[in-house]
Design a protein around this ligand. Structure first.
Ligand code: UDP
Length: 327
């Protein structure tokens, strides 16, 4: 089995690449190393069935060349992270719309099955506890830059849907809800690696807004087996499928838990969204998935608790800091 993984050097992409290789797949990874890092692939760098190509999904010819001969295309490459969307909105829109169009067309031409990585951002400000795949989007203004990511991903989903219906593409859409775990960096805004880094460094943890906003964090190790299974799951074809945990936590409570688990004496510093993320930012106050569709299709279950997740991220960051101190 030959797989193309776009975004292979990213946080989720690198875990997926390892899992595919362990399952005996041949994997070609494509990554422009903008937010991904070759170091994420250190464990598989010399693997005889793996090749990393440095390039962009905006390079139509390259994408088409790499998709030829692939049985599976996992499309994870995207501009992600609230800081990236804030600072490079236009480039992010181009990557997430035109880049995806290239990948979808290439998968279709190659006759490969496709999995599109999408996002819980799709639901926008819908704060229903237990969002189902067919629930409405509650869209913020497209003139607020925060929503441009959701806009682009919604176009990607519609594009895949049209290719499925009109061109016979075999594809499934995975909507990730706050996937976290080792190798995720806080550099682009993701809250758990940021809080852990701040706590370990003895810096105040930066809580944006009131801190009452609620999220459900899911360990990447729970998500990956479902991603691998979904691309081949016949009843999933043509559908969007939520992947996430239902364990809710407010961001304020999250900050306290990180402080307790690290044993840090850091305090908490509140920042307005304006100060932290600039004008054009709006948050959603609660985002909780219903994952019964994924459970029924591929037996998905979020088995790791938030404390398990925090311990794994703390363990990784503490080891990295320890290694840096030893140099
Ligand atoms: N957040 C925060 N402090 C930070 C980074 C993020 O309070 O240093 C908040 C952010 O405003 C959001 C939540 O944490 O309400 C989760 O942010 P993240 O970017 O990880 O994911 P999102 O759910 O926004 O996609």
């Amino acid at each position: 089995m030959k797989s193309l993984v776009t975004g292979a050097a990213g946080f989720i992409g690198s875990h997926l690449t390892e899992a595919l290789l362990a399952a005996g797949h041949e994997v070609v990874g494509l990554d422009d190393l903008s937010t991904g890092r070759a170091a994420n692939l250190a464990e598989v760098a010399g693997h005889p069935s793996f090749r990393l190509v440095e390039g962009s999904i905006l390079d139509r010819r390259l994408v088409s060349e790499l998709a030829q001969g692939a049985d599976r295309v996992f499309h994870l490459a995207a501009a992600v992270g609230s800081f990236v969307i804030r600072d490079r909105t236009l480039a992010a829109l181009r990557t997430n719309i035109h880049g995806t169009e290239n990948v979808v067309e290439a998968a279709c031409q190659a006759g490969a099955r496709l999995l599109l990585a999408s996002t819980s951002e799709i639901y926008g400000k819908n704060d229903k506890a237990g969002l189902r795949e067919d629930d409405d989007r509650v869209a913020g203004s497209p003139l607020r830059s925060r929503w441009s990511y959701a806009e682009a991903k919604a176009i990607d989903e519609s594009l895949v849907d049209a290719y499925v219906r009109e061109k016979g593409l075999r594809a499934v859409i995975a909507r990730f809800f706050n996937t976290v775990g080792p190798r995720q960096t806080g550099r682009y805004g993701m809250v758990i690696p940021r809080f852990v880094r701040q706590a370990l460094a003895g810096e105040p943890l930066t809580v944006f807004g009131t801190g009452e906003q609620v999220r459900c964090f899911c360990h990447v190790a729970d998500v990956i087996p479902a991603v691998v299974a979904l691309i081949d799951c016949e009843p999933a074809a043509g559908q969007a499928v939520n992947l996430g945990s239902s364990e809710q936590v407010s961001i304020c409570e999250l900050a306290h838990r990180v402080i307790a688990l690290t044993g840090s004496d850091s305090g908490i510093k509140r920042q307005t969204y304006l100060a932290a993320l600039g004008p054009g930012y709006e948050d959603m106050m609660r985002r909780v998935p219903d994952c019964s569709l994924a459970a029924g299709l591929v037996g998905f279950a979020a088995t790791r608790s938030l404390d398990d997740i925090l311990r794994s991220v703390i363990g990784e960051q503490a080891a990295l800091q320890g290694a840096a101190c030893a140099l």
